[in-house]
Ligand binder design. Structure first.
Ligand SMILES: C[S@@+](CC[C@H](N)C(=O)[O-])C[C@H]1O[C@@H](n2cnc3c(N)ncnc32)[C@H](O)[C@@H]1O
Length: 279
């Protein structure tokens, strides 16, 4: 049934959009998401001067406008994030995992971390702060944090590393002063991530559903609050690929409402959504 709204949005349009979203992002949209889809995409229709969703679907299905396809996927993704979200993960990283990596990798002095689905950067910057504060002699280590997301608009924010002060209210003053500088010029009144943090992180667009150019091995993978948007078969494929890219001692962090129960046997739960690769 078509909804009485600014733009006509039929069942068929919603089905087409669900298929396109699944095909391009792996995100599985339930029928409960229909209102959300309407409001997020209505902005695109207005911008393009289209009269209804059927015209928008035609444009997307034709594949003629790759830029619009990008705007479409950017509109559909949910990017909620925060600094030190699920703080127990960062406690574990600081107190257990980094000391373990320091010992295991003492010959190579190499540490590789991947933040997969990094959104606007709060997660990789939180990882970078934790590593620099807790890995002994970190300045003599080869540390790389890869931060990837499908959504180019949040990735741009992540690269800038500029945040309103209230986004950093969960960080104590000392930490904030150490790792963030007051923005100047157009960033006045905002806080800017320090060059030391930025130097560790490489931001790249990557669709988890497509080929991955990285070789690994990674010591640690964060893929938090991303799996929840995918169906079980997609989660299974993703977990297989993560396990293949992780070092034998590797750990995987997932989000608070996610589980690998009945998804994969490649990881063992250590507790609180922290998993170890099964060697
Ligand atoms: C809710 S955010 C999670 C951010 C962060 N990991 C956290 O836990 O705070 C989910 C992110 O996954 C990204 N995402 C969704 N589908 C993706 C895909 N197929 N490939 C890469 N990233 C994807 C979204 O763009 C979004 O930024």
């Amino acid at each position: 049934m078509a909804l009485e709204r600014e733009f006509q949005f039929s069942d068929q349009d919603f089905d087409t959009i669900r298929k396109l979203v699944s095909q391009h992002t792996g995100i599985s949209l339930s029928s409960a998401k229909r209102g959300m889809v309407y409001s997020r995409l209505a902005r695109r229709l207005r911008r393009l001067g289209l009269d209804n969703f059927s015209e928008y679907c035609k444009l997307l299905v034709s594949g003629e406008d790759q830029t619009e396809l990008g705007m479409f996927t950017n509109s559909i993704t949910t990017n909620l994030t925060s600094f030190f979200r699920e703080s127990h993960h960062f406690d574990y990283l600081a107190n257990q995992l980094l000391p373990e990596c320091a010992s295991l990798n003492k010959q190579t002095r190499r540490l590789r971390i991947w933040s997969a689905g990094c959104s606007s950067g709060e997660e990789p910057y939180s990882i970078a702060m934790t590593v620099l504060e807790n890995l002994p002699e970190s300045n003599n280590w080869d540390i790389k944090i890869l931060a990837t997301d499908l959504d180019t608009s949040v990735l741009e924010k992540a690269k800038q590393g500029v945040y309103p002060e209230e986004r950093l209210s969960c960080i104590d003053n000392q930490k904030r002063r150490r790792w963030f500088k007051n923005g100047r010029g157009e960033n006045a009144g905002l806080l800017q991530a320090s060059p030391d943090l930025k130097a560790l992180i490489t931001f790249k667009q990557l669709n988890l559903m497509q080929d991955w150019p990285m070789q690994g091995p990674f010591d640690i993978i964060f893929c938090r609050n991303v799996l929840i948007y995918f169906d079980k078969p997609t989660q299974r494929v993703l977990m297989e690929r993560y396990a293949n890219l992780l070092a034998d001692h590797g750990r995987l962090f997932i989000g608070h409402s996610e589980t690998l129960y009945r998804v994969t046997e490649r990881f063992k739960l250590l507790g609180k959504t922290i998993y170890r690769k099964v060697a």
